[in-house]
Design a protein around this ligand. Structure first.
Ligand SMILES: Nc1ncnc2c1ncn2[C@@H]1O[C@H](COP(=O)(O)OP(=O)(O)OP(=O)(O)O)[C@@H](O)[C@H]1O
Length: 524
């Protein structure tokens, strides 16, 4: 990167050296240097600076005109369209998901015949294409329904964000209230058009259901009354049954089949139980004009164990499983995306197979594979090379892993952070085969220092097990013969980086000198 502060030009020019001695940066001096005859008025000053830069184009002082971005912009870009590698992009082709997509379509085609499709539960680990496939099928369904003029709508809700019954129902109610308002407006506009035609010539009413202009007027008034009855649901504050009946009335306003897609449905059940699913699944018996079908998507294969048996059987009428991708399948997925994402020959031969192999190790996660490919491309771009190399993929793998660790450590509860900090202090001081007692001693001293509650040794042991499950430490139980069993703990993440994240927590960051705490290990 070109750094103006390193630019030798001003120093090598005696006149500018003088200038820099001038307390206020002396614009006048520059002026005089360039053109002694020029006055120092502000309007001339602009010209002088430009002249100066132009004149020096062969001079190293040209560097001064190079901005922060010039070097980065130089050279061939590696990406043709980086957006297609981002998670927000919905691909139009989903290799190796044909079977699941066909299964979904076979179930949902019922909606295009005006009947209620069975509810569907979609399972599969993260990054196996569940959301992408379900969205693809929904878009196709809506497009076809428009083509054949069958009223069929899909509503998508991400239950990780919208995670209570109130919010799910309110969001659905408001979506249908908006749609109804739009429908009513369109219908009123048509009727007003008919009114004006009929005023000129009453024959315009002949082919319609209206006998007179008064009938048309009455219909417009009735539609306006309907519209004013739909009241937007506030995001908090109403009793839940009122929100439910708003949604019910809005969805039943006219004939249609509605598919409600509940992504991360397990999060909704975890946070607020199965009431929402119970209410949604029994709606059809009461709806007069419309029909509702539910499509639930989950990473957690076991979440239905927590459901009321009635909800469970109704929701799981059809189940579709998304298995993890293997390395060959990931390769095809990456190849299809990279054709659009990268410039012609930007990728060297090994890049896609390596990204696929890394991601296949991580339970066949396509999101991870795409992240790796994008990050490798970005690292190559930063190196200002024309090609993405195998080494960029390895660096990308490390970077993503480190980012994950940083995020997990950053969001740990304070007590777990203190326990982890104690383990780090022991490791940094060369202690091997750390045991729970040693961690507990240092933990206690750290807690006293920062005025935190001290948990029992048993709880601390639990927290160590949690850190183990998160992959931050490795705790193995070893038998000490007649002295019983103990845990030997070691760090599974890079020490320096993890410590830096812990110290960025304001409470732990307040500890000035950690040495006495490590010393305490020997005192206890
Ligand atoms: N067969 C595929 N072809 C192309 N891209 C795919 C395929 N499967 C998944 N992807 C891409 O991988 C990423 C993750 O997919 P998606 O969000 O559908 O996974 P998911 O199974 O819903 O995961 P999660 O449960 O974590 O939400 C998305 O960017 C998606 O476009």
């Amino acid at each position: 990167m070109t750094d103006k502060s390193n630019n030798p030009a001003p120093a090598s020019d005696p006149s500018t050296t003088e200038t820099s001695n001038d307390a206020d940066g002396s614009d006048g001096q520059l002026d005089a240097e360039t053109d002694p005859g020029t006055s120092t008025g502000p309007s001339d000053l602009d010209d002088v600076i430009l002249d100066n830069l132009d004149a020096g184009s062969d001079d190293p002082s040209d560097e001064a005109s190079r901005g922060l971005f010039d070097d980065l912009l130089e050279g061939e870009p590696i990406f043709e369209n980086k957006e297609v590698l981002r998670p927000s992009y919905t691909p139009h082709k989903l290799p190796h998901r044909e079977e699941q997509i066909n299964n979904m379509a076979t179930i949902l085609v019922t909606a295009l015949r005006g009947d209620t499709p069975s509810n569907i539960l979609i399972y599969g680990k993260t990054g196996t294409g569940k959301t992408a496939s379900a969205k693809f099928v929904s878009e196709e369904l809506e497009t076809t329904s428009q083509k054949y003029e069958v009223p069929c709508e899909v509503e998508y809700i991400n239950c990780e964000v919208t995670d209570t019954q109130y919010r799910v129902l309110a969001q659905l109610a408001n979506k249908f209230i908006d749609k109804n308002a739009q429908l009513i407006d369109d219908r009123i506009a048509e009727l007003e058009e008919l009114q004006s035609q009929a005023r000129e010539n009453t024959a315009a009413l002949e082919e319609t259901a209206f006998g007179s202009l008064d009938d048309v007027e009455a219909e417009i008034e009735s539609l306006e009354a309907d519209k004013s009855e739909f009241e937007e649901v506030p995001m908090t504050g109403w009793p839940t049954d009122r929100v439910y009946s708003s949604f019910f009335d809005a969805v039943d306003y006219h004939e249609r089949v509605v598919v409600i897609m509940l992504d991360e449905i397990d999060k909704l059940v975890e946070k607020s139980g199965d009431d929402t699913l119970y209410n949604l699944s029994r709606m059809n018996s009461e709806l007069e004009n419309s029909r509702v079908s539910i499509m639930g998507i989950s990473n957690d294969l076991k979440f239905t164990d927590f459901l009321d048996p009635r909800v469970k059987s109704s929701l799981g009428e059809e189940e579709i499983v998304f298995p993890p991708y293997d390395a060959n399948q990931l390769r095809d997925i990456l190849q299809a995306r990279s054709d659009v994402a990268f410039k012609g020959d930007a990728l060297t031969e090994d890049v896609i197979p390596l990204c696929a192999a890394f991601a296949a190790q991580e339970h066949g996660d396509a999101r991870r594979a795409l992240d790796l490919l994008r990050t490798a491309g970005e690292l190559a771009e930063r190196d200002q090379t024309d090609n993405v190399l195998e080494d960029h993929v390895r660096q990308a793998q490390e970077k993503i892993e480190l980012d994950r660790v940083v995020e997990v450590v950053r969001t740990l509860p304070t007590q777990s952070k203190i326990v982890l900090f104690a383990i780090i202090l022991l490791e940094k001081n060369g202690v091997h085969n750390i045991n729970t007692g040693e961690v507990f001693n240092i933990y206690k001293n750290l807690c006293e220092e920062i005025d935190a509650d001290i948990l029992t040794q048993r709880r601390v042991t639990d927290l160590i097990s949690e850190l183990d499950m998160l992959g931050i430490v490795n705790a193995v139980v070893v038998s000490k013969g007649r002295y019983g069993r103990t845990k030997e703990i070691s760090l599974s993440v890079p020490t320096e980086e993890t410590e830096a994240v812990l110290l960025s927590d304001s409470r732990l960051g307040d500890i000035d000198d950690v040495q006495p705490f490590v010393q305490a290990r020997f005192d206890n």
